[in-house]
Design a protein around this ligand. Structure first.
Ligand SMILES: Cc1ncc(COP(=O)(O)O)c(C=O)c1O
Length: 499
């Protein structure tokens, strides 16, 4: 099958079809993987997971396809995915959006190039910088104090960055964020594409849309990053659609990014033994949405709305996002537990013990993700568990009940709007380093990413000079009972060793 020449229908599943045929073919298997269709699989696992799974776990056989030079089933499935998601070209990822983010940055940035990056970028973006050697211009996301969350970059911040750093080679954004809030992508893309960097290339926009795979399939969801004109878009198909964990996609649109560089960058970060089950799940998840996406998401939105209004009716404050309603994903339910004297962690623990598992607890709120996989029974159970939780709600005095205490407001200093590290993250990562007490670290260069919660925005990334302000902010976070991720021992930081 030549994926470029045959006629494709949205209801086709080329990878699933090819694997089914191959899995059932009688064959003396002398190739890898070693379980040989399940015959050598651990018995307990084979019985539990079923035989079909092992039979379908096939390598890149000549009559299947090769992820790195696709011509048959994978090529056809990727073409169908590009059509369904609105891209010019789509690559299947079997190492998650993590691989997509690293590859996207590496496809666009060369060592020493400057790229605009929000401070709250996922850690895969920092890995991407270490991999490609680019220098980030770090931009502070718009911070919502009432909710204690970062919303993303504004068009104004992007315009300012382009004015100050006219040689930027790319704009990298996270949109939507974990709470379902999208940036004004259309405005940002328009600003970036109007500008030609010093090398005379229009600036491409890379979007980490790990949480936005479903946007393409319902008009009541925010516009997808591709619809908004972005050049490279990374989506975790496994997060909000029906694919297996780690299965994701990278989409390309337009001619501002060279597809050959994307191919080469992906070859550096994808396994050379791509899991056929993951690829099949991407194929099937795309087919599911291309054929039934609208109705599945109609139902999902109805469930999410019922969850939100059920909570609001009982007095819980739920993130709704007035002002950016058309850029807010209603399938994300973020409840402000702090109003009830509960941290998101306390509430999460309570609900978990009652069979309700949320996605993301923070100090002051708890976020739930409603997808096409949820049911009315899930919403009933969650609302019932919240009713139980209300017994712990005010008049709880957090000071008299430490287990319910939320961390007090941490007066972390807002990071400056645009900053650059002193040296490239790649250099900070590879240079010899040592661990020293935070109190002694002033003026040293951080070798790690340190992220205080709240607000959960990295205060230091590799290569940044540690200021007294940063030390104070980290110490205040600790004193207020907050947490800092990125250090192995609280109060000790890894710094680049002085040469
Ligand atoms: C914003 C963002 N980007 C990228 C990733 C990485 O995605 P994956 O788990 O598919 O590698 C995540 C994971 O949570 C994320 O939240």
């Amino acid at each position: 099958m030549d994926g470029s020449r045959i006629t494709l229908n949205a209801s086709d599943m080329p990878i699933v079809t090819a694997l089914r045929e191959l899995a059932d073919r009688p064959q003396a298997r002398f190739y890898l993987p070693g379980h040989k269709g399940g015959h050598g699989a651990p018995e307990a696992l084979r019985q539990w997971l079923g035989e079909a799974l092992w039979r379908a776990d096939l390598p890149e056989l000549p009559d299947f396809d090769n992820l790195f030079a696709p011509e048959a089933a994978i090529a056809a499935a990727q073409t169908l995915a590009a059509q369904a998601f609105g891209a010019d070209r789509t690559w299947f990822l079997c190492n998650g959006s993590t691989a997509g983010v690293i590859a996207a940055l590496s496809a666009v940035c060369r060592p020493g190039d400057r790229v605009l990056l929000p401070r709250n970028a996922h850690r895969s973006a920092i890995t991407g910088l270490i991999h490609c050697g680019a220098m980030p211009v770090l931009a502070a996301p718009d911070y919502d104090r009432a909710w204690d969350l970062d919303r993303g970059l504004t068009p104004e911040t992007v315009a300012l960055a382009i004015e100050r750093y006219p040689n930027l080679v790319a704009i990298f954004l996270v949109s939507p964020n974990y709470y379902g809030q999208s940036c004004d992508l259309a405005a940002i893309v328009a600003i970036a594409h109007q500008h030609y960097s010093n090398s005379n290339h229009p600036i491409p926009v890379i979007i980490d849309a790990a949480h936005g795979s479903h946007f393409a399939f319902h008009p009541d969801l925010p516009a997808s990053a591709l619809t908004s004109g972005a050049d490279l878009v990374v989506e975790s198909t496994h997060k909000t659609l029906g694919a297996l964990s780690q299965a994701a996609m990278l989409h390309l649109q337009g001619d501002r990014v060279d597809p050959d560089r994307v191919d080469r960058a992906l070859a550096c970060v994808q396994s050379t033994s791509p899991n056929a089950l993951l690829l099949a799940s991407l194929d099937a998840a795309r087919q599911q949405m291309a054929t039934h996406g609208r109705s599945l998401l109609d139902r999902t939105l109805t469930l999410a709305d019922r969850f939100r209004s059920g909570l609001r009716d009982r007095g819980w404050i739920v993130l709704g996002d007035r002002g950016i309603a058309d850029r807010f994903d209603r399938t994300r339910i973020t409840v402000r537990t702090a109003d009830a004297g509960l941290s998101g962690y306390n509430a999460d623990e309570f609900l978990y013990a009652r069979g309700v598992a949320a996605e993301l607890p923070t100090d002051r709120h708890l976020t739930f993700v409603v997808t096409i996989g949820n049911s009315d029974a899930d919403i009933d159970r969650a609302l019932a568990a919240f009713r139980d939780l209300e017994a712990l709600r005010s008049p709880v005095d957090p000071n008299s009940n430490p287990s319910l205490k939320t961390n007090t407001t941490v007066p972390t200093q807002s990071p400056p709007q645009l900053t650059e590290p002193a040296i490239r993250p790649r250099d900070a990562f590879f240079q010899p380093s040592e661990t020293i007490a935070l109190a002694d670290s002033r003026d040293r260069l951080s070798a790690d990413t340190l992220c205080p919660y709240p607000p959960g925005i990295p205060l230091l990334i590799p290569g940044e000079r540690i200021t007294q302000t940063a030390i104070d902010a980290l110490q205040q976070t600790l004193a207020a009972g907050g947490t800092v991720t990125g250090w192995s021992t609280a109060g000790w930081v890894r710094v680049v060793r002085d040469q």
